[in-house]
Design a protein around this ligand. Structure first.
Ligand code: SF4
Length: 390
């Protein structure tokens, strides 16, 4: 169902944790220490469905349960289908594995020359610097290693990773991801960024993080100073539903922007969360208000136990079609499928072109009306008099 909440309403405050001093609430370490991680803790705050109880029992073998108090406040505890709830509270569906699904759906492990580093494209590397996150998304592409619930034994090797990048001059772009890189201490992060910045051939550093959404308190002035010092650092945040756009997230994005960090958003198309055009339109508008450019909309990767989130690609195309021409161009993300097995991101777009000949392109606009763009240049009349005739 489309999300229709008042467009001017942005959740703010401490919600269920009114009794906690503001100094604690605004401390990211307090938020981490007070995460909800067990069935008992969850049941203190809400009545769970059988489906959820069974999912939680299985989570310890797949991907741990953890929800920050900040994010928990966004859950509608009276609605089992709440789009925030679906993202972080496990369901029994996680234990059902389909034939099409894979543990390492993007084939990252086979392109990993040192632990924690993936080098698939010639000019860029993915540097997985931790297996921890502030909260765990039930559809996570890296659930094989994130939270280490599957005994994956993930141990990123910073020094080996840095040396690998130093000795590969073709690497111009480094993406720090994980897990969530912003869970590292300021000291560790500064060390990593300073080492990367010192490598002459590394032109572009970016971070993939859901911390601003789960734990906006982590975006401290001290962290922003580090980004200023080693910038430009680009960042992709990860918001799937407009309810996640809180006043605290908006303020965190503002701090990052003012520190010179360009912000993009990556959403995953998820059944029951954002698989309708109205919700997506509200989301992309909120992102722009927060200074965040909608960047990618991902078709969900084929991860094991993820089929209950899977949306038909035709639905995704319908959503993009409903955005294009109907809202600001900046608001429209690129819909992509990350090719299973490691073929990279492939853009998929609604088909506007009817035909292309040597003479013309025939296409439809956003309203379904047909237009023609000629490819020929046919002189009709001379409009500029030549010098000899004057
Ligand atoms: S924050 Fe990212 S890495 Fe962590 S669980 Fe969510 S999707 Fe996975």
């Amino acid at each position: 169902m489309a999300y229709t909440e008042d467009r001017a309403a942005w959740f703010e405050g401490q919600g269920l944790w009114q009794h906690v001093p503001a100094s604690d609430w605004n401390d990211w370490v307090w938020q981490l220490k007070n995460r909800i991680t067990t069935l008992d803790e969850l049941e203190k705050y809400m009545v769970l469905t059988q489906d959820e109880r069974r999912g939680i029992a299985f989570a310890g073998h797949k991907l741990s349960l953890a929800i920050t108090p900040h994010f928990f406040n966004l859950i509608d505890r009276n609605n089992p289908n709440c789009p925030v709830r679906l993202q972080v509270i496990p369901r029994e569906g996680e234990s059902i594995i389909s034939r099409e699904e894979m543990l390492d759906s993007l084939g990252e492990d086979e392109h990993s020359p040192v632990p924690g580093l993936v080098h698939r494209y010639p000019d860029r590397v993915l540097f997985l610097v931790t297996d921890r996150c502030a909260s765990y998304c039930r559809y996570c592409t890296r659930s094989r290693l994130v939270s280490n619930a599957q005994d994956y034994n993930f141990h990123p090797e910073y020094e080996q990773g840095l040396r690998y990048i130093e000795s590969h001059p073709e690497v111009r772009d480094v993406l720090l991801s994980g897990g969530d890189p912003l869970l590292l201490s300021d000291k560790k992060l500064e060390h990593l960024l300073s080492r990367l910045r010192a490598i002459k051939h590394v032109e572009f550093i970016r971070i993939g993080s859901r911390i601003p959404v789960f734990l906006p308190q982590r975006i401290t002035p001290a962290l922003c100073d580090i980004f200023k010092k080693y910038g430009p650092i680009w960042m992709s945040i990860h918001v799937n539903h407009p309810k996640e756009c809180t006043a605290d997230l908006r303020a965190a994005c503002e701090r990052l922007s003012f520190a010179g960090v360009p912000l993009g958003n990556q959403s995953v198309l998820l059944r029951g969360v954002n698989d309708d055009a109205g919700t997506m339109k509200t989301l992309v508008h909120r992102l722009l208000q927060m200074r965040v450019r909608p960047y990618y909309l991902y078709q969900m990767d084929l991860i094991t136990g993820g089929s209950h989130f899977k949306v038909d690609v035709r639905k995704g195309l319908e959503i993009i079609h409903a955005l294009r021409g109907h809202t600001t161009g900046y608001a429209i993300p690129q819909y992509v499928i990350d090719a299973p097995g490691g073929g990279g991101k492939v853009p998929i777009n609604p088909d506007y072109i009817e035909k292309i000949t040597d003479e013309e392109v025939v296409f439809k606009n956003y309203e379904g009306q047909t237009y023609r763009y000629p490819l020929t240049n046919t002189p009709v009349t001379r409009t500029i008099k030549s010098a000899s005739t004057t």
